[in-house]
Design a protein around this ligand. Structure first.
Ligand code: NAD
Length: 282
């Protein structure tokens, strides 16, 4: 029997816990989001994040900047947010408009307000196996969902498809920290089926609609689909769910899997940064 890894339900539980904890606070955690340009998907994501923050009881502010914003202008906003003691968490919605150096922008965030964990301080600590202030949201959401279903990571062969800084790389570090044996694949990987069929767990973050079919899946494997692909049939993942699900022991749906977990982790990270900053002040 295949079990659905229900990200929506798990995320809702986390959100409710945060809401209860936040209700007890006099001063509320505050998230700032910089939204540069008018990428329609980014606007939807930011709107959803803001709604969730308000539902929990956090304060939040969105700073919308035009498509032709300069690097200097974004940096100025970040410096102001870094200095503002009312702001606990800063998120730069990606992708940034063409011509903007993403690395330079992310590096300008004060690591203790880096809610995505993308600065080299936090990412470097993650890579070294030290505790960052917070872990990147999507990888953290993946591991949390697997833990929720008591899926063993230690000693398991895990294939991570995609090596981006947002998903593939950080999740591979987190899995190694949990004693998994990790294989990384990218678009140059030859014969992906070979490592796939040798894997107890497959995590796909390639952004290729339905390209992982049942032929890539060992009987009883755990399948985590991070992909969000806009197709004629709506939003789909990287996994061909219909063919893959019967072979899997556990599988995430798209939507309703890693997407809601990512937002829940963003909210949890906002809360954690608030707490860390509060301790600094004591
Ligand atoms: P990216 O484009 O930065 O990276 C994609 C990676 O996949 C690259 O490393 C590339 O080499 C690899 N790849 C592409 N085709 C491949 C193939 N055929 N075989 C093996 N590797 C291949 O993407 P990203 O930012 O990591 O996002 C990946 C996907 O995850 C996208 O669909 C994105 O929308 C989605 N995503 C979802 C969430 C969420 O909350 N669910 C969060 C972040 C990203």
């Amino acid at each position: 029997m295949t079990i659905i890894l229900d990200g929506k339900n798990t995320a809702n539980k986390i959100i409710e816990e945060l809401k209860n904890k936040t209700a007890e606070l006099t001063k509320k955690p505050k998230l700032a989001v910089i939204l540069a340009g008018n990428n329609p998907a980014s606007c939807i994501y930011v709107n959803n994040k803001q709604k969730k923050a308000h539902y929990i009881g956090f304060e939040s502010v969105v700073i919308p900047l035009p498509e032709d914003v300069t690097e200097e202008n974004i940096l100025e906003h970040i410096f102001i947010l870094n200095e503002d003691t009312n702001i606990n968490a800063i998120l730069i919605q990606l992708p940034l408009p063409k011509g903007i150096n993403t690395q330079k922008i992310l590096e300008a965030i004060d690591p203790v307000k880096d809610v995505d964990g993308f600065t080299s301080f936090n990412f470097g600590r993650l890579a070294l196996g030290y505790e960052p202030y917070v872990y990147p949201c999507t990888p953290k959401g993946i591991i949390r969902l697997l833990d929720e279903y008591n899926i063993t990571l230690a000693g398991q062969n895990v294939l991570v498809i995609g090596r981006s800084n947002i998903v593939g790389k950080p999740v591979s570090f987190m899995l190694q920290q949990r004693n998994a044996t990790v294989t990384m694949a990218n678009s140059y990987t030859k014969n992906l089926k070979e490592p796939a069929l040798n894997s107890d767990i497959i995590i796909s973050a390639a952004g290729k609609a339905g390209f992982i079919t049942s032929e890539f899946i060992r009987e009883g494997a755990v399948i985590v689909d991070v992909g969000i692909n806009r197709t004629q049939n709506g939003i789909t993942g990287d996994i061909d769910f219909i063919s893959a699900a019967p072979k899997a022991s556990y599988i995430t749906p798209v939507p309703g899997g890693i997407g809601p977990m990512t937002i829940a982790m963003l909210m949890e990270n906002t809360y954690q940064l608030f707490e860390i900053q509060r301790k600094f002040l004591i």
